[in-house]
Design a protein around this ligand. Structure first.
Ligand SMILES: Cc1ncc(C[n+]2csc(CCOP(=O)(O)OP(=O)(O)O)c2C)c(N)n1
Ligand SMILES: [Mg+2]
Length: 499
């Protein structure tokens, strides 16, 4: 049938077309087509049509290009513009989107009954050169070493740490917690503008730090201060940055908690989430290209895995088998957004790696022993040139997202105490006491030693100044250290600023 002279009868199909293509078809109350700009303001419900009786005849030549396309798309016209037989309506309800919702909101009783927690020791320890396809199940389980009685069990518990290293692990976590508590208070006292704590997640960074070697490079987010503290990075230097004082090693160019220390394998923290993944994979590739022996460790939170950088990084990591550990800290929340928004339902974040052929493990992030064992396994794979490994740490962000957040607005207050994997410090303490390597008295003493160390460092840092008191880094510093040769526009700006 020729497009321009044949008549096309629109009956039910047209009405359906009109309803579905609102924005393409515009009709007035008498069912006449209107000029677009007038109809644009009309609400869809204002269009009075009688689906069963209304008929309208329009030649295809009278239709706009947009209308013709829309009608083709709906099957009234075929691709050549000819009239097709009417479609039989489908017996389905209209399409909708699923928007995942957390189990509980403020006022509800916390409920983690949907979370499957395997028994400690239940997940096997595979050979170091295992293929991803042989351990798919491990991306859906949780590796745990410490059982509910504080006993280490299973294959992963085997070549563990000695007593000194275990006690050190507990002290590192206690130090992170004490440091966080002091800095949180300092923020409330107006001594710094901003702080982010790692409450409940201390085991992850502290144990992972011990699985790496000098020369390896972490690409951390803002919740891995444990990497620095567990490696004896000076507490006072961190505080100088938090206070933005004259001794701030980054000279006021970074947010208070975005540390940087190349010597300590701690790549400068970027506030742009997920960039850590592409940078870590790139760094790991460079290490291999140079024929070096150092590996990279990438860090990301559950929410940030929704960023495309995460997925791009996996392409490069898998294609080139880069020597990198891909850490995902699933602490259940991304500010006020629960993890189900990034994960969807029925999957896991670790399982994202499987499509790339990357071996992926899930681990109890509140079990220092399990975090260490799994991190060591993944680091060893990278070091032996066996390629990337993804580790999803299952944990819970017990504190607010940052000092600018108030979690009681979006989740039940008691949710952190209901978390089925417990508190990492308490579990480690209980385990060490059972092992005969620790005692309640030693714990109290260690707590007071650590607090004294933090308070002493704080006093010393405050002598260098705090946010609103004491000396500041000179404003001229912001022009230095970025370009080898300062560009003309910056030179002019510095002159204008008179610094
Ligand atoms: C690219 C980018 N998008 C958004 C933000 C704002 N932002 C800062 S923290 C955060 C939540 C991140 O949550 P998650 O990745 O789960 O890490 P967590 O804070 O829980 O450790 C968001 C959205 C950002 N900093 N960078
Ligand atoms: Mg998170």
């Amino acid at each position: 049938m020729k497009k321009d002279d044949e008549k096309i009868l629109f009956s039910k199909s047209l009405i359906r077309t009109k309803e579905l293509c609102e924005g393409l078809f515009y009709y007035d109350n008498h069912n006449n087509r209107e000029p677009r700009h007038e109809a644009r303001v009309k609400k869809r419900l204002d269009v009075k049509t009688e689906p069963e009786t209304t008929k309208e005849t329009v030649t295809s030549g009278q239709m706009t290009k947009l209308e013709t396309n829309a009608v083709k798309a709906l099957g009234v016209l075929d691709q050549a513009g000819d009239h097709m037989s009417e479609q039989t309506p489908l017996p389905y309800s209209p399409l909708t989107l699923r928007v995942p919702e957390p189990q509980c909101r403020p006022g509800d009783t916390p409920d983690f009954s949907n979370m499957v927690v395997p028994a400690a020791g239940a997940v096997r320890r595979p050979a170091i050169d295992i293929k991803a396809s042989e351990i798919h199940d491990m991306a859906y389980s949780i590796i745990r070493i410490l059982d509910n009685d504080g006993e280490p069990v299973g294959d992963w518990a085997e070549d563990g740490l000695d007593d000194d290293a275990l006690r050190r692990g507990l002290r590192d976590m206690m130090k992170v917690r004490a440091f966080d508590a002091r800095m949180l208070m300092a923020q409330r006292q107006g001594k710094t503008s901003f702080y982010m704590q790692a409450l409940g997640e201390e085991a992850i960074a502290c144990a992972h730090a011990k699985a790496l070697r000098k020369g390896d490079m972490n690409f951390p987010t803002y919740r891995q201060q444990g990497l620095l503290l567990a490696n004896d990075y000076p507490v006072e230097t961190m505080m100088n940055q938090i206070y933005s004082n004259a001794e701030d090693p980054l000279k006021g160019r970074q947010l208070p908690i975005m540390y940087s220390s190349k010597e300590d394998g701690f790549f400068t923290i970027s506030g742009n989430l997920a960039t850590q993944y592409i940078q870590a994979v790139g760094w790991a590739m460079a290490s291999a290209i140079k024929g070096d022996t150092s590996i990279a460790s990438a860090w990301i939170g559950d929410g940030s895995t929704a960023e495309s950088d995460f997925h791009s990084a996996l392409v490069f990591a898998s294609t080139y088998q880069a020597p990198v550990v891909l850490n995902v800290v699933n602490n259940q929340w991304a500010i006020s957004t629960f993890q189900g928004i990034a994960v969807g339902e029925g999957g896991t974040l670790a399982a994202r790696a499987l499509g790339f052929g990357i071996p992926a493990l899930r681990v109890d992030g509140n079990d220092y022993l399990a975090v260490y064992a799994v991190s060591k396994w993944a680091a060893e794979r990278a070091r032996r040139n066996l390629g990337p490994t993804m580790i999803e740490y299952v944990t819970y962000r017990a504190g607010g997202h940052s000092t600018s957040d108030e979690p009681s607005a979006y989740r039940p207050k008691e949710e952190s105490t209901a978390w089925p994997l417990g508190d990492p410090l308490e579990r480690m303490k209980e385990f060490l006491i059972k092992r005969g390597a620790w005692s309640q008295e030693r714990h109290v003493q260690a707590q007071s030693e650590i607090e004294s160390e933090i308070v002493l460092a704080q006093k010393s840092a405050e002598k260098n100044g705090t946010l609103h008191a004491g000396n500041k880094v000179s404003a001229s510093e912001m022009f230095e250290g970025v370009y080898k040769e300062m560009p003309e526009n910056l030179r002019r700006q510095r002159q204008e600023a008179g610094v």
